[in-house]
Design a protein around this ligand. Structure first.
Ligand SMILES: [Zn+2]
Length: 211
């Protein structure tokens, strides 16, 4: 949720839904890991648990609703997670500003332990999103992103439009050099020689300039 309008909508709708829930601190996690059941995937990187709380998978950014591959990302996660018991490993920050549990998610599947955040990236249905301090598995996610790109999966199956001479990483996102949002923000800018180099720094594409 990068857009301001989307943010505000999400804030209010989340607050409404969570009004009657006990605070997260009432439910102690053992070693920062808790077993939960996923009730519903809202999109590729967030959803609701059977106990009513909401989660946000850290380290990834799936395409926003209405954008290409958003439906695929949701369908993929829905099939993998809904109704399943998973382990949530707490990120360094426990919750985001919408009170969603920030998580690295693990799924037991026939004796195999699947790392959900990583699998979504490996399927080409999310970009790596590096937000400090929640960076514990970022190197694994970047390796998965390279693998998805090399195999041409999901977002990597379509050629990039209007390729730029260079890209700019700023405010945690990858931008075209003339992105007004990036220029207006007046934050640190890092020049990258290619789109791939920029996103492999953990900066997903900006939704304003759409690189
Ligand atoms: Zn931009």
């Amino acid at each position: 949720m990068l857009g301001w309008c989307a943010c505000m909508f999400y804030f209010y709708s989340t607050r409404e839904r969570s009004r009657n829930l006990p605070p997260v601190s009432d439910r102690p996690a053992q070693n920062g890991v808790q077993q939960v059941v996923v009730r519903k995937a809202f999109d590729g990187d967030s959803g609701r648990l059977a106990d009513g709380r909401e989660y946000r998978l850290v380290g990834i950014d799936t395409p926003e609703k209405g954008h290409r591959f958003a439906d695929e990302a949701r369908a993929y996660v829905k099939k993998m997670l809904e109704g399943r018991k998973v382990s949530l490993e707490a990120a360094t920050e426990a919750k985001d500003r919408y009170s969603r549990i920030l998580s690295w998610m693990w799924l037991e599947d026939g004796g195999e332990k699947r790392f959900v955040n990583e699998e979504i990236v490996r399927a080409g249905l999310a970009f790596v999103f590096k937000i400090k301090p929640n960076v514990r598995y970022i190197d694994r996610l970047i390796a998965a992103q390279r693998d998805a790109r090399a195999a041409g999966r999901g977002v990597w199956s379509v050629p990039r439009k209007n390729v730029e001479e260079y890209y700019v990483v700023s405010i945690g996102l990858t931008h075209r050099p003339d992105c007004e949002k990036m220029i207006r923000a007046r934050k640190k800018k890092v020049r990258c020689e290619s789109f791939d180099e920029a996103v492999d720094a953990g900066a997903p594409p900006c939704r304003t300039c759409g690189p």
